[in-house]
Design a protein around this ligand. Structure first.
Ligand code: PRT
Ligand code: ZN
Length: 284
């Protein structure tokens, strides 16, 4: 029994999807070809597909799970479930208009023509905003549509914004924030669900590790209590005596988000020789 996962064959999500599997300890070294790959150390089979086709394959039970952008998941609107956000492939789906256009809010799009590869998401958005505009679906190079007179505005994915800038467009509304997500068939067998749980456990360990840092520092013993209060650690910090009398070494784990804040407080309490080390995997 193998869990079948569909990932993008080539494109922006391919590399990160492969990296994720690799970091989960899945070795696709042998038996990799253009269409699929099998791991010999984990019960998984990888299918390489166009991202647009992945939700359908997962709904049809050709693949059990898949990795796609949330934008593709919402646009295709298939009967699949969102299992987990993966934190890469981040972008936004935005409306943009020629920069010289006098744009006064979403209502300015009434009666206008908008070019997009995301007609479903855009239609839902316009409906919610009670705007009546004509949607012109095109499959690529959406950003050139206003320049060639095909549309008055576009709705497309943006990450750095340089494509819009180079085409003389300005971003006016963000209608969706997207990242890569793991999707799954609605009726996975018990055996497949068990393999999926193992995979999810590994993904969670990786993500927890990325969000945390291992920290080591020297602290004067009379400040240990206050310093430890700043460092909750996984259970509690480890304290080891230093050879130098009156000092200890404190080891703990801190969350990336609170990191700089904590470092400043630690220094203020007299901590010295602070070392911060990345964590590879973290089993909670
Ligand atoms: O061949 P296949 O159909 O599988 O691939 P594709 O060409 O449809 O998709 P691909 O590889 O371009 O993108 C796959 C997924 O990556 C998308 O569905 C998004 O979820 C995600 N992603 C993240 C992006 C971007 N960032 C992105 N910047 N997808 C596309 N872009 C394009 C955008 O369309 C525009 O042309 O990049 C340009 C804008 O980038 P900036 O940096 O100039 O703003
Ligand atoms: Zn595509």
């Amino acid at each position: 029994m193998k869990l079948r996962i569909a990932i993008q064959k080539s494109g922006r999500l391919n590399e990160e999807s492969m990296k994720l599997l690799k970091e989960c300890g899945i070795d696709l070294g042998n038996g990799i070809n253009k269409l699929k790959a099998e791991a010999d150390n984990f019960p998984i089979e990888v299918f390489f597909l166009r991202d647009d086709d992945i939700p359908q394959y997962v709904e049809d039970n050709v693949a059990d799970i898949g990795i796609v952008g949330e934008n593709v998941l919402l646009e295709k609107d298939k009967k699949v479930k969102l299992i987990k956000k993966l934190g890469f492939g981040k972008c936004r789906l935005s409306i943009a208009v020629p920069k010289e256009q006098n744009y006064k809010g979403i209502k300015s799009l009434n009666g206008k023509k908008i070019a997009t590869s995301y007609p479903v998401i855009l239609q839902n958005y316009l409906k919610k905003e009670k705007v009546k505009a004509e949607i012109h679906e095109i499959s690529g190079s959406v950003e050139i549509a206003p320049g060639i007179g095909l549309a008055d505005a576009i709705c497309d994915l943006v990450s750095s914004g340089s494509t819009l800038f180079m085409n003389g467009l300005k971003e006016t509304e963000t209608i969706l924030k997207s990242e890569a997500v793991l999707i799954g068939n609605n009726k996975l067998s018990k055996a497949k669900q068990e393999i999926l749980n193992k995979l999810l456990f590994r993904i969670d360990s990786l993500r927890a590790a990325k969000n945390n840092k291992y920290i080591l520092l020297n602290a004067p013993n009379n400040k240990l209590k206050e310093i430890c209060a700043l460092l909750p650690g996984m259970k509690s910090p480890t304290i080891l005596p230093l050879v130098e009398e009156g000092w200890s070494s404190v080891h703990s784990v801190v969350n990336e988000n609170m990191f700089w804040d904590i470092i400043e407080k630690l220094k203020a309490k007299g901590a010295q020789g602070i070392l911060v080390v990345p964590i590879e995997k973290m089993i909670l």
